[in-house]
Design a protein around this ligand. Structure first.
Ligand SMILES: [Zn+2]
Length: 245
Protein backbone atom coordinates (compact mmCIF):
# COMPACT_ATOMS: atom_id res chain seq x y z
CA UNK A 1 0.00 0.00 0.00
CA UNK A 2 1.26 3.45 -0.93
CA UNK A 3 0.73 6.14 1.70
CA UNK A 4 -1.02 9.07 -0.04
CA UNK A 5 0.59 12.22 1.35
CA UNK A 6 -1.79 14.56 -0.51
CA UNK A 7 -4.66 13.37 1.68
CA UNK A 8 -3.41 15.54 4.54
CA UNK A 9 -1.27 18.11 2.74
CA UNK A 10 -2.39 19.47 -0.63
CA UNK A 11 0.61 21.83 -0.79
CA UNK A 12 3.37 19.23 -0.54
CA UNK A 13 5.47 19.69 -3.68
CA UNK A 14 8.48 17.42 -2.91
CA UNK A 15 8.91 14.30 -0.82
CA UNK A 16 11.25 11.41 -0.05
CA UNK A 17 10.18 7.82 -0.58
CA UNK A 18 11.43 4.30 -1.24
CA UNK A 19 10.74 2.13 -4.28
CA UNK A 20 8.33 -0.71 -3.33
CA UNK A 21 8.21 -2.42 -6.70
CA UNK A 22 8.94 -1.78 -10.36
CA UNK A 23 7.37 -2.86 -13.65
CA UNK A 24 7.55 -2.06 -17.32
CA UNK A 25 7.16 1.71 -17.59
CA UNK A 26 6.16 2.28 -13.99
CA UNK A 27 7.35 2.39 -10.39
CA UNK A 28 5.44 1.94 -7.11
CA UNK A 29 6.58 3.88 -4.00
CA UNK A 30 5.95 3.35 -0.29
CA UNK A 31 4.61 6.92 -0.08
CA UNK A 32 3.80 9.61 -2.61
CA UNK A 33 2.52 13.18 -2.86
CA UNK A 34 1.53 12.64 -6.52
CA UNK A 35 -2.24 12.60 -6.98
CA UNK A 36 -3.42 9.38 -8.64
CA UNK A 37 -5.98 9.98 -11.38
CA UNK A 38 -9.47 9.43 -10.00
CA UNK A 39 -12.65 11.02 -8.67
CA UNK A 40 -12.77 13.04 -11.88
CA UNK A 41 -9.41 14.71 -11.23
CA UNK A 42 -6.41 14.27 -13.55
CA UNK A 43 -3.33 12.50 -12.21
CA UNK A 44 -0.18 14.44 -11.39
CA UNK A 45 2.96 14.75 -13.48
CA UNK A 46 6.49 15.51 -12.30
CA UNK A 47 9.93 14.02 -11.68
CA UNK A 48 11.43 11.14 -9.72
CA UNK A 49 15.08 11.63 -8.76
CA UNK A 50 17.48 8.89 -7.71
CA UNK A 51 21.27 8.94 -7.48
CA UNK A 52 21.45 12.32 -9.21
CA UNK A 53 19.40 11.46 -12.28
CA UNK A 54 15.74 11.99 -12.98
CA UNK A 55 12.94 10.27 -14.84
CA UNK A 56 9.78 12.13 -15.84
CA UNK A 57 6.42 10.98 -14.54
CA UNK A 58 3.71 11.40 -17.20
CA UNK A 59 0.76 10.30 -15.06
CA UNK A 60 -0.08 8.49 -11.85
CA UNK A 61 -2.88 5.93 -11.85
CA UNK A 62 -4.43 3.18 -9.77
CA UNK A 63 -3.86 -0.05 -11.67
CA UNK A 64 -4.40 -3.55 -10.37
CA UNK A 65 -4.66 -2.32 -6.81
CA UNK A 66 -1.41 -0.34 -6.81
CA UNK A 67 -0.57 3.34 -7.32
CA UNK A 68 1.68 3.38 -10.38
CA UNK A 69 3.90 6.31 -11.34
CA UNK A 70 3.84 5.95 -15.14
CA UNK A 71 7.20 6.99 -16.53
CA UNK A 72 8.03 8.84 -19.74
CA UNK A 73 11.34 7.07 -20.31
CA UNK A 74 13.19 3.84 -19.50
CA UNK A 75 14.32 3.56 -15.90
CA UNK A 76 16.64 1.42 -13.83
CA UNK A 77 14.95 1.88 -10.45
CA UNK A 78 15.20 -1.13 -8.15
CA UNK A 79 13.14 -2.11 -5.11
CA UNK A 80 14.56 -0.36 -2.05
CA UNK A 81 16.03 2.61 -3.94
CA UNK A 82 15.59 5.97 -2.18
CA UNK A 83 13.66 8.45 -4.34
CA UNK A 84 13.01 12.16 -4.27
CA UNK A 85 9.72 13.04 -5.93
CA UNK A 86 8.98 16.49 -7.33
CA UNK A 87 5.48 17.37 -8.48
CA UNK A 88 4.77 19.54 -11.53
CA UNK A 89 3.30 22.26 -9.36
CA UNK A 90 1.86 24.44 -12.16
CA UNK A 91 -0.20 21.47 -13.36
CA UNK A 92 -1.29 20.40 -9.88
CA UNK A 93 -2.13 23.88 -8.61
CA UNK A 94 -4.39 24.41 -11.62
CA UNK A 95 -6.15 21.16 -10.76
CA UNK A 96 -6.62 22.38 -7.18
CA UNK A 97 -8.09 25.72 -8.28
CA UNK A 98 -10.42 24.01 -10.74
CA UNK A 99 -11.47 21.30 -8.29
CA UNK A 100 -12.45 23.70 -5.50
CA UNK A 101 -14.21 25.90 -8.07
CA UNK A 102 -16.22 22.88 -9.21
CA UNK A 103 -17.33 22.16 -5.64
CA UNK A 104 -18.58 25.75 -5.27
CA UNK A 105 -20.30 25.64 -8.68
CA UNK A 106 -21.96 22.35 -7.76
CA UNK A 107 -23.18 23.69 -4.44
CA UNK A 108 -24.50 26.84 -6.07
CA UNK A 109 -26.42 24.82 -8.66
CA UNK A 110 -27.77 22.54 -5.93
CA UNK A 111 -29.02 25.47 -3.83
CA UNK A 112 -30.34 27.73 -6.59
CA UNK A 113 -31.55 25.23 -9.19
CA UNK A 114 -31.97 21.95 -7.30
CA UNK A 115 -29.39 20.25 -9.53
CA UNK A 116 -27.35 17.19 -8.70
CA UNK A 117 -23.75 16.77 -9.83
CA UNK A 118 -23.47 13.47 -11.71
CA UNK A 119 -19.93 13.62 -13.10
CA UNK A 120 -16.86 15.80 -13.44
CA UNK A 121 -13.50 16.06 -15.17
CA UNK A 122 -10.93 18.32 -13.56
CA UNK A 123 -7.89 19.32 -15.60
CA UNK A 124 -5.74 22.42 -16.12
CA UNK A 125 -6.91 24.95 -18.71
CA UNK A 126 -10.56 23.97 -18.61
CA UNK A 127 -12.75 21.56 -16.66
CA UNK A 128 -16.31 20.30 -16.83
CA UNK A 129 -19.07 18.85 -14.71
CA UNK A 130 -22.40 17.18 -15.50
CA UNK A 131 -25.66 18.21 -13.87
CA UNK A 132 -29.16 16.76 -13.72
CA UNK A 133 -31.95 17.44 -14.34
CA UNK A 134 -30.88 20.20 -16.73
CA UNK A 135 -32.18 20.44 -20.29
CA UNK A 136 -30.87 23.84 -21.23
CA UNK A 137 -28.73 26.69 -19.97
CA UNK A 138 -29.47 30.04 -21.60
CA UNK A 139 -27.23 33.11 -21.55
CA UNK A 140 -29.19 34.77 -18.77
CA UNK A 141 -28.80 31.71 -16.54
CA UNK A 142 -25.08 31.53 -17.34
CA UNK A 143 -24.60 35.13 -16.30
CA UNK A 144 -26.58 34.63 -13.10
CA UNK A 145 -24.59 31.51 -12.21
CA UNK A 146 -21.23 33.17 -12.90
CA UNK A 147 -22.16 36.15 -10.76
CA UNK A 148 -23.46 33.97 -7.95
CA UNK A 149 -20.46 31.63 -7.89
CA UNK A 150 -17.99 34.51 -8.14
CA UNK A 151 -19.65 36.23 -5.21
CA UNK A 152 -19.01 33.11 -3.14
CA UNK A 153 -15.40 32.76 -4.32
CA UNK A 154 -14.71 36.42 -3.49
CA UNK A 155 -15.72 35.84 0.14
CA UNK A 156 -12.23 34.33 0.74
CA UNK A 157 -13.62 31.21 2.40
CA UNK A 158 -11.15 28.86 4.06
CA UNK A 159 -11.11 25.32 2.71
CA UNK A 160 -10.51 22.71 5.38
CA UNK A 161 -9.82 18.97 5.24
CA UNK A 162 -11.54 16.94 7.99
CA UNK A 163 -11.35 13.24 8.68
CA UNK A 164 -14.47 11.66 10.14
CA UNK A 165 -15.65 8.15 10.88
CA UNK A 166 -17.90 6.97 8.06
CA UNK A 167 -21.20 7.18 9.99
CA UNK A 168 -20.39 10.63 11.42
CA UNK A 169 -19.50 11.98 7.98
CA UNK A 170 -22.74 10.73 6.43
CA UNK A 171 -24.78 12.17 9.30
CA UNK A 172 -22.96 15.52 9.13
CA UNK A 173 -23.39 15.88 5.37
CA UNK A 174 -27.03 14.78 5.32
CA UNK A 175 -28.03 16.94 8.29
CA UNK A 176 -26.55 20.02 6.63
CA UNK A 177 -28.23 19.32 3.30
CA UNK A 178 -24.99 18.81 1.42
CA UNK A 179 -24.72 16.57 -1.62
CA UNK A 180 -24.48 12.96 -0.54
CA UNK A 181 -24.70 11.20 -3.88
CA UNK A 182 -21.06 10.17 -3.91
CA UNK A 183 -21.19 8.71 -0.43
CA UNK A 184 -22.82 5.52 -1.69
CA UNK A 185 -19.96 5.03 -4.15
CA UNK A 186 -17.31 4.97 -1.42
CA UNK A 187 -16.41 1.30 -0.83
CA UNK A 188 -17.75 -0.09 2.45
CA UNK A 189 -14.17 -0.96 3.43
CA UNK A 190 -13.42 2.76 3.86
CA UNK A 191 -14.01 3.48 7.55
CA UNK A 192 -12.80 7.08 7.61
CA UNK A 193 -14.11 9.77 5.27
CA UNK A 194 -12.19 12.77 4.08
CA UNK A 195 -14.55 15.72 4.09
CA UNK A 196 -13.76 18.99 2.30
CA UNK A 197 -15.37 21.94 4.04
CA UNK A 198 -15.58 25.29 2.20
CA UNK A 199 -16.28 27.91 4.85
CA UNK A 200 -19.97 27.92 5.77
CA UNK A 201 -20.93 27.25 2.16
CA UNK A 202 -20.22 23.64 1.27
CA UNK A 203 -18.97 20.29 2.48
CA UNK A 204 -18.57 17.01 0.64
CA UNK A 205 -16.69 13.76 0.76
CA UNK A 206 -13.76 14.04 -1.67
CA UNK A 207 -10.25 12.59 -1.99
CA UNK A 208 -9.11 15.26 -4.45
CA UNK A 209 -6.71 18.16 -4.03
CA UNK A 210 -8.00 21.63 -3.16
CA UNK A 211 -6.78 25.15 -2.52
CA UNK A 212 -6.83 26.35 1.08
CA UNK A 213 -8.88 29.49 0.42
CA UNK A 214 -11.34 30.44 -2.32
CA UNK A 215 -9.38 33.67 -2.92
CA UNK A 216 -6.78 31.49 -4.70
CA UNK A 217 -9.25 30.56 -7.43
CA UNK A 218 -9.97 33.92 -9.06
CA UNK A 219 -13.26 33.84 -10.94
CA UNK A 220 -15.18 31.29 -12.96
CA UNK A 221 -16.25 31.69 -16.60
CA UNK A 222 -18.85 29.31 -17.98
CA UNK A 223 -18.33 28.05 -21.52
CA UNK A 224 -20.40 25.87 -23.81
CA UNK A 225 -22.80 23.27 -22.51
CA UNK A 226 -24.06 20.10 -24.10
CA UNK A 227 -26.70 17.47 -23.58
CA UNK A 228 -25.16 14.19 -22.48
CA UNK A 229 -28.42 12.25 -22.31
CA UNK A 230 -30.99 11.26 -19.70
CA UNK A 231 -31.63 14.86 -18.63
CA UNK A 232 -27.93 15.49 -17.92
CA UNK A 233 -26.15 18.55 -19.18
CA UNK A 234 -22.38 19.07 -19.31
CA UNK A 235 -21.06 22.53 -18.38
CA UNK A 236 -17.52 23.50 -19.41
CA UNK A 237 -15.78 26.19 -17.38
CA UNK A 238 -12.54 28.13 -17.16
CA UNK A 239 -10.93 30.33 -14.53
CA UNK A 240 -9.60 33.86 -14.81
CA UNK A 241 -8.04 36.51 -12.59
CA UNK A 242 -5.85 34.07 -10.73
CA UNK A 243 -6.07 34.71 -7.02
CA UNK A 244 -3.21 35.00 -4.58
CA UNK A 245 -1.09 32.54 -2.65
ZN1 LIG B 1 -14.24 16.68 -5.33
Amino acid sequence: MTELLHMRDNYLKEFDATVSSVGEGYVVLDRTAFYPEGGGQSGDKGELWSAGSKVLVKNVAKQEGTIRHLLMDDHDFKTGDPIRGVIDWDWRYECMRFHTAQHVLSRYLQLEYGLETVGNHIKPGGSRADYAPLDELNDQMKTNIENGVNDVLSRSLDVEIRFMPRADAIEFLQAAGYQTRYLEMVPKSIKEFRVMVIGDYDASSCAGTHVSNTSEIGSIVLGRTKNVGAGKRRIYFKLSNKGSR
